[in-house]
Structures are given as structure tokens and as C-alpha cells.
Design a protein around this ligand. Structure first.
Ligand code: GDP
Length: 515
């Protein structure tokens, strides 16, 4: 394949819709996906859809095809969107007819709206005695989902995943929506798409499930996926069969990549190995550069929790703890649990060790909790996701400050006594040992500014290994007041000498905030 072929209207052809199923836990997402899987008519002697490769494609009796992403839940969807992958054309919102609209139903609606994906409501469990589909339609009204029977334009279908009823109607609704969306792709060009999931397989090496969005992916193509590349050694479809090509809206497993790309990473076919290497080297360098810790705290989960506690709607403070070492994680957990009182409890969703990753942020989002980061920082991807999802990350290095803040929350107040102002990041490029001065770090300021006399934290692989004061800030031979992004500078730390190339210096100032 060759890059850069224009997608003009005349070389576009219709492609199958790609569908994500979302909804509240236990409302039947998995059951519905399993039921829809069996509606495939193309199976015949070749055997039906047997493999879980992250997505599958059904062929209906009419010959029309629909692709379903079979990793239900919001996490996968959110993770993909966080990386900019927009792969869902239609969201099927599953609502159990006996249970109605629940918190994750509302969350799913928000996700779908944020992604600009039209929703089709599948009112499930219609076989149950307590089923009340009319109530579901009414409840959806207050979340701006107006179904057709109530004068809106959202299609709704009553189904029973268990009894396999209404599945054909649901598929018809999806196809109708696809027609309205006028989904098209150019099959006569090199392939582009997104990684749905990936893993390292003992026997087969890197296995990446991808969804082809444009063009046709061929065996032998050279592919770049995220910061990984490789020549496609084999393509395996959702029936576990090797195929030589995969066209638009087709999910397929790709073997032959040199590494494991992240879910949601875009993939593209390039003209040769050299180009692939170039792109990947650049991307890996970028990843490293951005691998500095996160400081920006969004105002989301914390404010929301506080508002609910103040309104008496919430009876517990939920926190997710990430710490530098096991001892701190355990101590923090014990400390915050003790702060519960009669009216408001404390729930520790998770208490683990290490950098804050995207899955921590997703868990915090799903559980409406605040992340307490103790001497650790977030990966740049996690930081971006937290910003996008308004998940609060609070950074601490002193246990009693955590205790103070959680106690305030439990009391329905939030009054941090001091607020830290983030100044900037500098990366240590070289360490000099100077007589009578000690170690001096030759740094490059990658973000913000470094100021004379500011507080500093030394981060090694996202974990804080030292916190203290800056004793010297120099540009060449001169003492200076500050050094801004893009400049080099020499730093030394008061009473601290264990500096290494690649360490990141986080600079901050403290500011008093009235209670
Ligand atoms: P998920 O958490 O949304 O993936 O929900 P599951 O698919 O795991 O279903 C949760 C429970 O509901 C399981 O016990 C299913 O057997 C049951 N269930 C799912 N669909 C139906 C249905 O249409 N009718 C009835 N009666 N039960 C269903």
C-alpha cells in the first residue's frame, strides 16, 4: 500500500457500522453480545464466530454486516477516546426493563454524547415479570434521550438477551442508523485503523487486535501502531482463521509487531521499514519526553463528592490510594479508614504501589473517587485521561496532610491550609561532580520555569525519591533568578547528592490559602 491516496467521493464505498454496547452493570451487555454473536448467518460449514479478538462481525440473512466491539463497559471506550481513537459509529445502550436507568446508564449516555455517537436503546430483560419498558422510556427523558414513541428521534428496541428475542429488530435499527450516518470508506488505499486490544502471547509474540477503518490491510504490509511497528506476518479473523486481507470495519488480529501497542492507538500502513522505524523512534522519544509526572489536578470528582456529601446524598468518601512503597499505602489506608464517623464513612477503593496509570484513573472515575497520590506521580497518559474525565488527583508527601484533607471531606468541608503552586519540570541531562560544591545537575527545562529558592522534588520513574530545596540555580557561570522552558541550567540541591541522568526535577512554591 501507498500513503496519501485521496478519499474522493467516487472511491468511497459503504462499510458496515461499528457498534459499542454500553450500560449499567448486570443489565445484560455481555449476554446481549453473546446473543448477537449467534445471529451470524455466514458461519455455515466454515463455523461461526468463535474467537474473542475484541470485536466480531455478524453477517445477517440480508447480507448486511455489523461489527460489534465485544469489550463491553466504559473503560475500553474511554481508554480509546483518551487516545483520540474514534471507532464507534453507534452506541447500543442496554437498560434492564426491570431495573431502569441507573448511574452507569447515565455515565454511558455521557460517554456516547461526548463521542458524538448516536444511541440506540435496547430495553433488555423484557421476559422478566417485573419488566416495565414504558418506565425506562420515561426515565430516559430526564437525560435528554427522547425515544421515537415519545416524539424524539432515538430508536428503542425491546429485547431479551436470554430468550433471544428482538435481536433482529435491534440489528435492523442499527442498520437504519448506519444508513442515516451514510458510513463509507475507501477500500483502494493502504489501511488505517485503531488497536482494540493487544497482548504478548507466549507462542505467537505480540498479538494486536485491530479494527481496519480505511483501506485494506494485507499480509506482508508494514504497519506502525502507536510507537510499535512490524511486518504483518499473519492476519487472523474472528473465526480463528488466517486471512490474507481485511477491509473497512473488519476486526482482525495482527501478528508480527515488534512490541505491544496500547489499546486505542492508531495504526497505519507505511511504505517501507525505514519509514516505520523513523516514526517509531520519534514516537518513543516523545513518549519519554512526556513521561514526566503529572501535576495538573482537575476539579471534578472531589467537588462532586463534596457537593453530594453536603447535600446529604452521599454517605461516604471514596479514595483510591497510590503510594511509593507498600508501607505508606498500608499506613494511609489505616489512617483514612479511621476518619470515618457515624454520618459519613470512608471507602478505600484500592491501595497500591507505583505510578498512577490510566487504569487507576478509570477505576477512580467508575467509583467516583479521588486519587490520593503519595510520593508518586501520574504517567502522562494518565494525567491526560484524568483531565479529560475530571478525575481529581491530589498529590501529597506527608501523611498527616492526607489525614487533614480526608477529615475535612468527611465533614463536608474542604479547606486545604496550603496549596502548592506548580512551577515547572527540568530534566537532568548530565551530572557534574564539583569540588567543594558537590553534585550539580545540568538540566533542560521541559515545562514551566525553575525559580531560585523554590521547592524541588526529584522524580525517578515517576516516583518521588527526594523532596527539599534548591540551593543553586545557574545559567553558565552566573546565578540567575529563573530559567524558563527551553533553557539549560545548572541545579544543586540542599543536602542532597544522589542525582542521575534522566531524573526529573519538579519545581513548586507553596501558597497559603485561607480556610
Ligand atoms: P452485564 O454486566 O451488563 O454484562 O450483564 P450480564 O450479561 O452479565 O447479565 C447480568 C445478569 O442478567 C445475568 O445473570 C444474565 O443471565 C441476566 N440477563 C441478561 N439478559 C437477560 C434477559 O434478557 N432476561 C433475563 N431474565 N435475564 C437476563
Amino acid at each position: 500500500g501507498i500513503e496519501g491516496i485521496e478519499d474522493t467521493p467516487e472511491n468511497l464505498v459503504a462499510r458496515p457500522p461499528v457498534v459499542t454496547v454500553m450500560g449499567h452493570v448486570d443489565h445484560g451487555k455481555t449476554s446481549l453480545l453473546d446473543a448477537l454473536r449467534t445471529t451470524d448467518m455466514a458461519g455455515g460449514e466454515a463455523g461461526g464466530i468463535t474467537q474473542h479478538i475484541g470485536a466480531y462481525q455478524v453477517t445477517l440473512a440480508s447480507g448486511a454486516k455489523i461489527t460489534f466491539l465485544d469489550t463491553p463497559g466504559h473503560e475500553a471506550f474511554t481508554a480509546m477516546r483518551a487516545r483520540g481513537a474514534s471507532i464507534t459509529d453507534v452506541v447500543v445502550l442496554v437498560v434492564a426493563a426491570d431495573d431502569g436507568v441507573m448511574p452507569q446508564t447515565i455515565e454511558a449516555i455521557k460517554h456516547a454524547k461526548a463521542a458524538d455517537a448516536p444511541i440506540i436503546v435496547a430495553i433488555n430483560k423484557i421476559d422478566k415479570p417485573g419488566a416495565n419498558p414504558e418506565r425506562v422510556r420515561q426515565e430516559l427523558l430526564s437525560h435528554e434521550i427522547v425515544v421515537e414513541s415519545l416524539g424524539g428521534d432515538v430508536q428503542d428496541v425491546e429485547v431479551s438477551a436470554k430468550k433471544r428475542e428482538g435481536l433482529d429488530k435491534l440489528e435492523e435499527a442499527i442498520l437504519l442508523q448506519a444508513e442515516i450516518l451514510d458510513l463509507k470508506a475507501n477500500p483502494n488505499r493502504s489501511a488505517e485503523g485503531a488497536v482494540i486490544e493487544s497482548r504478548l502471547d507466549k507462542g505467537r509474540g505480540s498479538v494486536a487486535s485491530v479494527l481496519v477503518q480505511k483501506g485494506v490491510l494485507n499480509k506482508g504490509d508494514i504497519v506502525v501502531a502507536g510507537a510499535e511497528w512490524g511486518r504483518v506476518r499473519a492476519l487472523v479473523n474472528d473465526r480463528g482463521r488466517q486471512v490474507s486481507e481485511a477491509g473497512p470495519s473488519t476486526p482482525v488480529e495482527v501478528l508480527g509487531l515488534t512490541g505491544v501497542p496500547a489499546a486505542g492507538a492508531p495504526f497505519v500502513v507505511v511504505e517501507n521499514e525505514m519509514r516505520a522505524r523513523e516514526i517509531c523512534e520519534f514516537r518513543q522519544r516523545k513518549l519519554k519526553e512526556h513521561h514526566v509526572a503529572g501535576q495538573v489536578a482537575a476539579r471534578g470528582t472531589l467537588d462532586q463528592m463534596l457537593a453530594r456529601i453536603q447535600a446529604g446524598e452521599q454517605k461516604e468518601v471514596a479514595v483510591l490510594i497510590k503510594a511509593d512503597v507498600r508501607g505508606s499505602a498500608e499506613a494511609l489506608q489505616a489512617t483514612v479508614l479511621k476518619l470515618a464517623h457515624e454520618e459519613v464513612g470512608v471507602r478505600v477503593v484500592n491501595a497500591t504501589v507505583g505510578q498512577i496509570t490510566e487504569s487507576d484513573v478509570q477505576l477512580a472515575k467508575a467509583s467516583d473517587s479521588v486519587i490520593i497520590a503519595f510520593n508518586v506521580r501520574a504517567t502522562s497518559q494518565a494525567r491526560l485521561l484524568a483531565q479529560r474525565e475530571d478525575v481529581d488527583i491530589r498529590y501529597y508527601s506527608i501523611i498527616y496532610q492526607v489525614a487533614d484533607d480526608v477529615e475535612q471531606l468527611v465533614r463536608g468541608k474542604i479547606a486545604p491550609k496550603h496549596r502548592e503552586v506548580f512551577l515547572g519540570y527540568a530534566e537532568i541531562r548530565k551530572v557534574f561532580d564539583i569540588t567543594r560544591v558537590g553534585k550539580v545537575a545540568g538540566c533542560y527545562v521541559t515545562e514551566g520555569v525553575v525559580k531560585r529558592g523554590c521547592g524541588v522534588r526529584l522524580l525517578r520513574d515517576g516516583v518521588v525519591i527526594h523532596e527539599g530545596d534548591l540551593s543553586q540555580l545557574k545559567r553558565f557561570k552566573d546565578d540567575v533568578k529563573e530559567a524558563a522552558k527551553g533553557y539549560e541550567c545548572g541545579l544543586s540541591f540542599a543536602g542532597y547528592n544522589d542525582l542521575r541522568e534522566g531524573d526529573v526535577v519538579e519545581c513548586f512554591e507553596s501558597e497559603l490559602v485561607p480556610a
